[in-house]
Design a binder for this molecule. Structure first.
Ligand code: FAD
Ligand code: NAP
Length: 535
């Protein structure tokens, strides 16, 4: 798509918001209500973030649509009607557009513009922001709503440049329809993106070859049209829903607790059966210690492996699809529509890259140790440089010119996942050290948006202009994030939660999985921003 031409933006604003996804939109809305002058920047051509970029067939939310929605406006909630339990990408993108129009947010954002550097000017106490379109702005406040899953991981596979067919990454899917008809399509990767797209590609393509390195656990979505009765029930119980979100109990992953009893195996199996039938991620929340106790986790994992064996007709394929190298839930759980069923189709086959490693991409396809698979198209469903990728792609320099990349050399360090010591007046939305990707992201975005806006309002009322995380408070928080994480089974998996999918990335469990996050943020604010230096 051609970039629309425009004059560079120069001058000074109160706040810059980087990112035009759900995070950026909410922050712009909140900060405008404070009367701040604002400039938003978004690399994509429109709002939507994740849902702007991930247009691959089958893309949909894995949190129910009714919950994967903003809650700040009752009118918005009542006017918007989701058509399915788990909305598909085009509908979620329309929702983002609707929010942008309804709250008049688009005109605050410069699109097709990538922020390249963000440098703190100590004397002025402001940030200097530069973009790839020649914009040069200063801002007192800088909000990074750059997304946890916005930088695609394109592994450098040997021979890649030789391939004569089409290549697409699920996270940079073209806007024009991709024609699969009659084609032999190879999909590399079996995380959520692969698992969602494979059955839908198989609906159209002549053949789909799935290149699986690590088998993943997936639960059936049980998607379907959303009835008026379901919407009414949600609205009727909305106050309870919000109370659950605010108490921290309504996360995607129930906060892991060690001190729950281990239920008898037959009781667990009955419960898993019910939750499997109900669909969605609920099975992971069956017991508070499912992600802490190996004993409980093993029963859940075996239950899902049993379901795979029941579903997939070819026993050898079923065996290859059964994950055995990580506890269930410690890699992000997938939610699918007919994923395992797809392997019963005559046009879908599985290549187990552990048994027959990928050797090279060729002109005609992919060669593994067992031979060449001829392909017309390769789909990379290979994920993202998660949580830190978008932040470290910019040249962010704080006090004394310290580069964020150097400060985070051994892994991200952030106070509450909201701020980084040495980087005053710079806020992260759903940053590392917050529940973030383990939660319903819309809830976490609203919580961070509210907290950041309240913080700026507090400073302005108090006649203050600078807030910086205290290094000691940050260290204590980073230790707590690690301590809580280490009491769970999460660190056992080579997941993107620990950065294991990106070569050379320090291995650190990045999200906070403790039970008291919201309360902690509220206490910090109530105590006059404890753990921050205000001036
Ligand atoms: P994003 O939506 O990622 O938006 C960040 C934006 O910042 C991007 O548009 C990017 O272009 C822009 N940006 C980054 N760096 C720069 C820069 N330097 N300059 C300018 N712009 C920049 N979460 C859930 O809770 N439930 C789900 O069901 C769910 N499904 C998902 C499905 C997919 C396919 C993916 C990839 C993620 C999913 N997520 C889900 C996580 C999802 O990312 C969040 O729910 C949410 O959309 C994040 O919003 P955001 O605004 O924080 O980030
Ligand atoms: P992902 O979970 O990181 O999965 C990437 C897949 O690619 C993995 O199977 C990985 O194998 C494989 N892979 C990576 N490099 C490879 C290589 N060099 N050779 C062979 N295989 C390789 O990425 P994702 O599927 O895009 O999902 C990322 C996250 O986005 C999800 O976890 C979720 O949070 C979100 N998401 C949500 C939904 C949804 O259902 N709503 C949909 C899509 C994405 P290994 O495991 O062996 O590394």
């Amino acid at each position: 798509m051609a970039q629309a031409s425009r004059e560079p933006i120069v001058g000074a604003v109160d706040a810059v918001v980087v990112g035009g996804g759900f995070g950026g939109l909410y922050l712009l809305h909140k900060l405008r209500a404070l009367g701040l002058s604002l400039q938003g920047f978004e690399a994509g051509a429109d709002v939507g973030g994740t849902w702007f970029w991930n247009r691959y067939p089958g893309a949909r939310c894995d949190v129910p649509s009714l919950a994967y929605s903003y809650t700040f406006s009752d009118e918005l909630r009542r006017d918007w009607r989701w058509s399915e339990r788990y909305a598909a990408q085009p509908e979620i993108l329309r929702y983002a557009g609707h929010v942008a129009d309804r709250f008049d947010l688009r005109r605050l954002i410069a699109f097709e513009t990538r922020v390249t550097s963000v440098v703190f000017d100590e004397a002025a106490g402001t940030w200097a922001i530069e973009t790839d379109r020649g914009d040069r702005l200063t801002a007192r406040w800088c909000v990074m709503a750059t997304g946890c899953l916005s930088v695609p991981n394109l592994p450098r596979l040997p021979g890649q440049e030789r391939f004569g067919g089409e290549i697409h990454h699920t996270g940079r899917w073209p806007h024009e329809p991709v024609d699969f008809a009659g084609k032999r399509v190879g999909v590399i990767g079996t995380g959520s993106s692969g698992i969602q797209s494979i059955p839908r590609i198989a609906d159209e393509a002549a053949e789909v070859t799935v290149f699986q390195r690590t088998a993943n656990f997936s639960l059936p979505a049980r998607n379907g049209p959303l009835s008026d009765a379901e919407i009414d029930a949600f609205n009727t119980a909305f106050a309870d829903y919000i109370a659950g979100v605010r108490s921290g109990a309504a996360g995607l992953i129930t906060q892991a607790t060690a001190d729950a009893p281990v239920p008898p195996v037959d009781e667990q199996q009955r419960r898993y059966e019910e939750l499997w039938e109900a669909g969605g991620v609920g099975l992971l929340g069956a017991y508070a210690n499912l992600l802490v106790s190996e004993e409980v986790n093993d029963v859940a994992a075996e239950f899902v492996r049993g379901k795979i064996a029941e579903t997939v007709q070819d026993a050898a394929v079923a065996d290859d699809l059964a994950p055995r190298d990580h506890p269930i839930g410690t890699k992000r759980i997938c939610v699918d529509v007919d994923y395992y069923e797809a392997f019963n189709r005559p046009n879908v086959r599985l290549v187990n890259l552990r048994r027959t490693p990928l050797e090279t991409i060729t002109e005609r396809g992919i060669r593994t140790s067992a031979g060449e698979h001829e392909l017309d198209m390769i789909v990379y469903a290979t994920g993202f440089d998660a949580m830190t990728g978008a932040l470290l792609a910019m040249d962010i320099r704080g006090v004394g010119g310290a580069r964020l990349g150097d400060v985070w050399d051994e892994g991200p360090r952030a106070y509450l996942g909201l701020a980084v010591a040495g980087f005053p007046n710079l806020f992260l939305v759903t940053g590392p050290g917050s529940p973030s990707v383990l939660s319903n992201m819309l809830s976490s975005i609203e919580q961070h948006g509210d907290w950041i806006a309240d913080c700026i309002a507090h400073l302005r009322e108090a006649g203050l202009s600078r807030i910086a995380a205290d290094p000691d408070a940050q260290e204590r928080w980073v230790e707590r994030v690690a301590w809580v994480g280490n009491r769970t089974l999460f660190p056992r998996a080579n997941s993107w939660y620990v950065g294991a999918n990106i070569e050379g990335k320090p291995r650190v469990f990045m999200p906070y999985v403790g039970p008291d996050y919201r309360q902690k943020c509220e206490e910090v604010a109530a105590a006059g921003y404890e753990g921050f230096e205000l001036s």
